[in-house]
Design a binder for this molecule. Structure first.
Ligand code: ZN
Ligand code: ZN
Length: 268
């Protein structure tokens, strides 16, 4: 299984695109502005989208993508998300004001998009060309939110994505039970903005360190940092480097922390 990083930034700027990952060629995890780098053929090949939550940086390209490929597809694009996320999309995006209600266009029987509720803990099998097993993980955010564990349906390690989250013991409880190939976890703010991080239910390097301390002894996998605000990325990186160096000095567990890069491809 491969995961192509379309966007891993907390905001837009030149060369900064918001959260979106293409798993193999047929599954999209979140639909931030990074989707705009895909060709029409690549967008048209996506059959399923799983969303972590309703915030704009994770859904901005979804309405535009459906419009771009609607005429090329013979079946609806399936969008999977928590019920509250789908309700928000229907009420505030696909409401015939911001964008057409593509769940009833061109007809209710054969629409361009169909919405499917998921709940935390649910396991799904998705993927038309390469079947994948997906588990919905808990997240702690200002709106109902989740993360995902994705692996080949035949088995193998999981690609874990935290989604947008603050401290989240339930997430670690489950992740510690899984075979983890790699973890993608957010760190949206620097320690200087710790109060803002807490209020907006995001992580900062300090709270990231508390979170990583939940990783069970003996578990070792690469940890990729995502969702840094472009204006703070250098500061966040240096604070995380310090944190990793401190763990070496204190003789505590050393983490294999890496930076997620847009356009990179992760082999899981
Ligand atoms: Zn969010
Ligand atoms: Zn976000």
């Amino acid at each position: 299984m491969q995961v192509r990083v379309l966007g891993c930034s907390g905001a837009i700027a030149k060369d900064c695109r918001t959260t979106s990952f293409l798993v193999d060629s047929d599954l999209l995890v979140d639909a931030g502005t990074g989707v705009g780098d895909l060709s029409l053929d690549e967008m048209g090949a996506i059959d399923d989208v799983v969303l972590t939550h309703s915030h704009l940086d994770h859904i901005a390209a979804l309405p535009l993508m459906i419009d771009a490929v609607a005429s090329r597809r013979r079946k609806p694009l399936r969008v999977h998300a928590l019920r509250a996320t789908i309700e928000a999309l229907r009420a505030h995006v696909f409401n015939n004001v911001i964008w057409p209600d593509f769940a009833s266009i061109p007809s209710l029987e054969a629409p361009f998009v169909s919405f499917h509720d998921v709940v935390v803990g649910q396991e799904l099998q998705l993927g038309t060309r390469a079947l994948k097993h997906i588990e919905v993980l808990p997240a702690v955010h200002t709106v109902p939110a989740c993360g995902y564990a994705v692996r080949c349906a035949q088995g193998g390690p999981n690609w874990i994505f935290s989604g947008d989250t603050e401290r989240n013991p339930a997430f670690w409880q489950r992740v510690n039970q899984l075979d983890v190939g790699m973890l993608v976890i957010e760190t949206a703010f620097s320690n200087r903005e710790q109060a803002l991080a807490q209020r907006s239910l995001h992580l900062s390097p300090a709270s990231l360190a508390d979170e990583l301390a939940h990783i069970a002894p003996g578990k070792n996998y690469p940890i990729y940092i995502t969702h840094t605000k472009p204006a703070e990325t250098a500061e966040i990186m240096s604070q995380i480097d310090t944190l990793a160096a401190d763990s070496k000095v204190q003789g505590t567990k050393e983490w294999d922390i890496r930076w997620l890069e847009a356009a990179g491809v992760l082999k899981v």
